[in-house]
Design a protein around this ligand. Structure first.
Ligand SMILES: [Mg+2]
Length: 453
């Protein structure tokens, strides 16, 4: 027995001392034909095939990191190309070398003197950065034997801020202020962690009311969701006002006056149109209008926020907000009342940490964007960390949930009574089943081989 224990300890020490040198990066184009059943359909994205550029990092220690970024089908091959262009900055590096200067590594990926012309920190190259960094964070959490949220929760405030690139945001948040916010939020941390383990993080569902669903399907899904304990519902709007009035009426009648309703236009309107359209839906008392106009129009969002405030309707946005600099300006301009971080749009955990801290400073609730493929699996870690170590607040806060494609992951999300239960497995929860990856790989996987797309 003692001998066995000695061997185990020796192996553990050996593993802990390993540097986990990244020896290979592979990236694959994985697509799911969700458009066939109108899943994910909204006013602007009428036929999305939920897809991912899926990254695997192999190390010399035998441990593997998995990461992804989310796309809607066509064009995923461009993101794959961008990931391949970043690979030379990653392969050959040791994990310990990366995480001991994570800010430096983030800058290495986002500030390459030639490739930054493709962004900087926006568009395809930033999606690729997210996929690579998500895999690095997954690898780090696995080497520590912890789920990512727990890795973050156990990190010292100093180490957390050392992962953030404060360039371009110091007029709103300096490293010292960020440290101060994190240190202050240490109080009560253990209690909140215990609470999350017991209750989970509150969620809302978008699965009932995609734009392409007929009314009967909408009613059935709503009935099922109410039975499963859901109390917060989001409806897609923006294609046709009469349809929106009818659909919102159906949902409000079904969920009753006390449950929460949100509406999402996915960037459909100009500013004046957004104000007049949403005013006509005010009788259904939506908590927020999501993405009313172009995701880049900060002052437009500010004007919409101001006009809708007397109706008690807030503005939510963020799933296509390019980077922390944009979020900074949205917050400075009071252009949103709900911050919707996304685990694959921003530069992974590093950049999301900056946004969580800025939102906290401005006292604006964070309600993450999720759904697609893998976004729920990823972002649950970030919002758990936010509650335990940053916001310490659940008022007006909830994380999006969409009930598609979870079966393709090795550690799918666990929802209990409309709450995300904290993941227990080491990593960032975005490893897909290898059989799924092979079947759904585009265009050669069996799912796609015989389909005309
Ligand atoms: Mg949305």
């Amino acid at each position: 027995m003692i001998k066995l224990l000695t061997v185990f300890c020796h192996r553990k020490n050996f593993r802990d001392k390993m540097l986990h040198k990244i020896i290979n990066l592979t990236v694959r184009d994985v697509r799911f034909p969700t458009s066939l059943d109108q899943h994910g359909s909204d006013a602007m994205h009428t036929d999305p095939d939920y897809s991912a550029a899926y990254v695997v990092l192999d190390t010399d220690s035998g441990l593997t990191g998995f990461g992804l970024t989310f796309t809607l089908g066509k064009g995923t091959e461009i993101v794959v190309c961008a990931v391949e262009a970043l690979a030379r900055l990653v392969v050959g590096k040791c994990l310990q070398e990366i995480v001991s200067d994570f800010r430096g590594f983030y800058r290495l990926l986002t500030s390459d003197s030639q490739m930054r012309w493709l962004g900087p920190e926006k568009g395809v190259i930033h999606l690729a950065t997210a996929a690579v960094l998500n895999a690095v964070w997954d690898l780090w959490a696995r080497t520590e034997g912890k789920p990512l949220w727990k890795l973050l929760v156990d990190m010292e405030p100093k180490q957390l801020v050392s992962c953030i690139d404060f360039r371009y945001i110091t007029d709103v948040l300096t490293e010292e202020e960020a440290l101060d916010l994190l240190v202050k939020a240490q109080e009560g941390k253990q209690h909140r962690e215990d609470q999350m383990q017991k209750e989970g993080y509150p969620a809302y569902t978008t699965s009932c009311a995609w734009l392409g669903y007929p009314d009967e399907q909408l009613k059935q899904l709503c009935t099922d969701a109410l039975k499963s304990g859901w109390t917060r519902f989001k409806v897609k709007v923006g294609a046709d006002l009469e349809d929106d009035v009818r659909r919102c009426r159906i949902i409000r009648q079904m969920i009753g006056p006390d449950n929460t309703l949100m509406i999402d236009a996915n960037q459909r309107w100009d500013v004046a149109e957004a104000i007049s359209w949403v005013s006509k839906l005010a009788e259904f008392r939506p908590l927020w209008i999501e993405e009313p106009t172009s995701p880049d129009d900060i002052l437009g969002h500010a004007a919409i926020s101001k006009a809708l405030a007397p109706l008690g309707i807030g503005v939510a946005t963020g799933e296509q907000c390019q980077n922390r600099v944009m979020f900074k300006q949205f917050l400075q301009a009071s252009a949103l009342q709900f911050v919707q971080i996304d685990s694959c749009r921003l530069g992974s955990v590093n950049e999301n940490l900056a946004v969580l801290l800025m939102a906290h400073k401005f006292n604006v609730p964070v309600c993450p964007h999720a759904g697609g493929v893998g976004l729920c699996e990823l972002v649950q870690h970030l919002i758990l960390f936010d509650y335990i170590c940053v916001s310490a607040d659940l008022r007006n806060r909830m994380c999006e949930y969409v009930d598609h494609l979870h079966e393709h992951f090795t550690c799918p999300v666990v929802i209990q009574d409309a709450h995300y239960m904290p993941p227990k497995d080491p990593g960032y929860s975005c490893e897909m089943l290898e059989s799924t990856v092979q079947r759904h790989q585009y265009p050669e996987g069996n799912v796609w081989k015989n389909m005309k797309k």
